[in-house]
Design a protein. Structure first.
Length: 221
């Protein structure tokens, strides 16, 4: 397996817990700046704080929308996305509505199209990722979700929330990469614990990694 010159640049350094230490987001931002991670990914309520802490840094602020189930109404997802952008988020990870994906694909596509249009109207350079939660889908459904994301204009597809029954796998990343082609991003997230796992996912086609153990990866563990 080939090493990566700058693994740190692939990492979305993530804190999406419901609780944790009081200074968890401040620590996350300090670590992201120190190690040169691509972004920090935090819950929507902490976007403003992260944006303030990273204001003079190249590290981006990422947040999640419709997290973790994707079952919010379209209107609420749009409001959440716009609010996050106004609070300072440069990247949004939207959870697909799996029930729409499975049982009403046209409605799912319409929601994705609307989300992209509204968020890009608010901030044209916002980076949009669609979380398809692979652990609940057949391979055919994963491919369908990837094609919907590409058609809507998302920048990335993402494997997992980290809150489902499974996380990122090499097989899913390979499948998603094939479905979206070479130019679109693929984010592997969920259960990435070691540098070897991270490198295997990158070799399979991942261009971003969502993980809470970014420092350990940066230190070669």
């Amino acid at each position: 397996m080939t090493d990566v010159e700058n693994l740190n640049g692939f990492i979305d350094h993530t804190f999406l817990k419901a609780a944790g230490e009081g200074d968890a987001v401040r620590k996350l931002c300090r670590e992201a700046k120190r190690y040169g991670f691509a972004s920090v990914c935090v819950n929507p309520a902490e976007v403003k704080l992260a944006a303030r802490l990273l204001r003079k840094s190249p590290v981006k602020v990422c947040t999640v929308v419709g997290f973790p189930l994707g079952q919010n109404t379209t209107a609420l997802k749009l409001m959440e996305g716009v609010q996050a952008i106004q609070d300072g988020a440069a990247e949004l990870d939207l959870v697909v509505n799996l029930r729409l994906l499975k049982f009403d694909p046209a409605a799912c596509q319409a929601e994705l199209d609307c989300f992209v249009d509204i968020c890009r109207a608010e901030r044209p350079d916002v980076v949009l990722k669609l979380i398809i939660e692979c652990c609940y889908l057949t391979d055919a459904e994963k491919v369908a979700a990837c094609k919907m994301a590409k058609a809507a204009g998302f920048d990335f597809v993402k494997t997992s929330t980290g809150f489902g029954t499974g996380g990122a796998t090499v097989a899913d990343v390979k499948l998603m990469r094939k479905a979206v082609g070479r130019k679109m991003g693929v984010k592997a997230a969920g259960g990435i614990r070691t540098r070897d796992e991270a490198l295997a996912l990158i070799a399979a086609g991942a261009t971003r990694l969502g993980c809470s153990c970014g420092v350990a990866l940066a230190m070669g563990k």
